[in-house]
Design a protein around this ligand. Structure first.
Ligand SMILES: NC(=O)c1ccc[n+]([C@@H]2O[C@H](COP(=O)([O-])OP(=O)(O)OC[C@H]3O[C@@H](n4cnc5c(N)ncnc54)[C@H](O)[C@@H]3O)[C@@H](O)[C@H]2O)c1
Length: 402
């Protein structure tokens, strides 16, 4: 019988509570501590966890106390964007294995602090980027591994999510601790990791490849203001810097380019807009289209259904056979299963501190590029030259150890 992994949660709002309930499906884990600024959320989660696990769960309102006093092996940080990094650094310095939720970085310096905390202590950080475990993201990973797309050349992805209602709730105070108010004062790539993390894994970023430069462009900002006026009958007062659509072009050391699109304040259906293109053909998320030279009819798109049947990732085949568990279509459970595996074995995770810094720093680097009229900006090498080293499969391939 494996030793139970004792997990603490910092930030038990929407996401923290959802991860907590998904963690309930992972064997040999127990939630022993929770922390939130909101006392009623702490009390509710303490009660739920104590009942579920039959082990006393302790509650805190200060994350430092949880890290210093609680009986935990690992911590999941699902608080707000500006608190992720200070909390993660504090936990790493105390030797606690960290799972950190996604979001934009506030600055490149704080990303460096994250990397330094790992290098000074040897404690690991696992970036909880669930979209890497999405069924289609893993299907494409499998297509790539089987050589169907050839050598990868061009990739694109997006966070295209109509967040106007969420933004409005934050402005009106209904969601007091959220940080999308940053849109008022910053214009950036506000949420880069859902699309960028899987794309970066496909081309081996920080494992033989790296991001080199980026340049960005932004449209004007009109979507939220229009929504605000329609909702309240009043004009939106004051500054709102976040452009409705921000596009970013990233160049990579091995010759690929990546385009990112951030689009959260206009009406549209949700899409991560993935496009993965190689020397043999391409797959695109929108309309689920594939074109593989020599297999697809000449110059015509195919739907990806037949390909999905043939190339569904083995992890997903198993998941579907056994019954998909947890939220976001099953990806959250698969990610948490991986997190617990790596934390229990104190291993370097496949989405590690260098990956986290490289992905989340894109947000503020885009801000810099935009403030300079779209000038190309150099992307820091957080690995300090170690990106040239290919990583062992069990430390790099996020699908091997679950
Ligand atoms: N991966 C995903 O699919 C996904 C989905 C939703 C949200 N998220 C991420 O999860 C995080 C939380 O989002 P949310 O929607 O749950 O927001 P939320 O506002 O519902 O919850 C955040 C919680 O953190 C708490 N908090 C803030 N500062 C704290 C601190 N210093 N110490 C302890 N608790 C603190 C707040 O009180 C609140 O309860 C964000 O970073 C968001 O980007 C990820």
């Amino acid at each position: 019988m494996k030793k139970k992994l004792k997990v603490g949660f910092i930030g038990v709002g929407n996401r923290g509570q959802s991860l907590m309930s998904n963690l309930g499906f992972v064997e040999n884990t127990v939630v022993t501590a929770v922390c939130d600024l909101c006392e009623s959320r702490v009390a509710e989660c303490v009660k739920q966890c104590t009942e579920k696990y039959g082990v006393e769960c302790s509650g805190f309102t200060d994350y430092r106390e949880l890290i210093d006093k609680a009986d935990i092996d690992a911590v999941i940080i699902a608080s707000t964007w500006l608190t992720h990094i200070p909390t993660a650094v504090y936990a790493m310095k105390k030797g606690i294995y960290v799972g950190m939720e996604v979001g934009p970085a506030g600055s490149v310096d704080e990303c460096r602090r994250l990397v330094h905390a790992h290098e000074e202590t040897g404690t690991h950080l696992f970036l909880l980027e669930n979209c890497c475990w999405g069924r289609y993201e893993m299907f494409v990973l499998n297509l790539i591994r089987k050589g169907m797309l050839g050598e990868l050349i061009y990739l694109a992805g997006a966070y295209q999510h109509d967040c106007r209602e969420l933004l409005y709730k934050e402005y009106s105070g209904e969601r007091p601790f959220a940080e999308r108010y940053l849109h008022k004062i910053r214009n950036m790539e506000g949420y880069p990791t859902h699309e960028l993390a899987p794309l970066a894994k496909y081309i081996g970023v920080n494992a033989g490849n790296r991001f080199m430069t980026l340049s960005a462009s932004s449209t004007k900002a009109r979507g939220f203001q229009k929504y605000y006026k329609e909702t309240t009958g009043k004009d939106f007062e004051g500054i709102y810097r976040q452009g409705d659509v921000v596009n970013t072009l990233i160049t990579c050391a091995c010759g690929e380019t990546i385009t990112l699109t951030y689009d959260t304040s206009l009406p549209r259906p949700y899409s991560r807009g993935l496009r993965v293109q190689g020397t043999n053909g391409l797959w695109m998320e929108d309309n689920h289209s594939v074109y593989i030279e020599g297999r697809s009819p000449k110059d015509a798109w195919e739907k990806d259904d037949d390909y999905l049947t043939e190339f569904d990732h083995p992890l997903w085949k198993k998941s579907l056979e056994e019954g998909v568990k947890g939220g976001h279509g099953g990806m959250d459970y698969l990610m948490l299963e991986a997190f617990c595996y790596y934390a229990r074995n104190n291993m370097r995770p496949p989405l590690d501190v260098y990956d986290a810094a490289s992905y989340i720093s894109i947000s503020c680097l885009v801000e810099q590029s935009l403030s300079l009229g779209g000038t190309a900006i150099s992307i820091p090498d957080f690995t300090d030259g170690k990106w040239v080293i290919k990583r062992a499969a069990d430390e790099n391939d996020y699908d091997v150890n679950v």
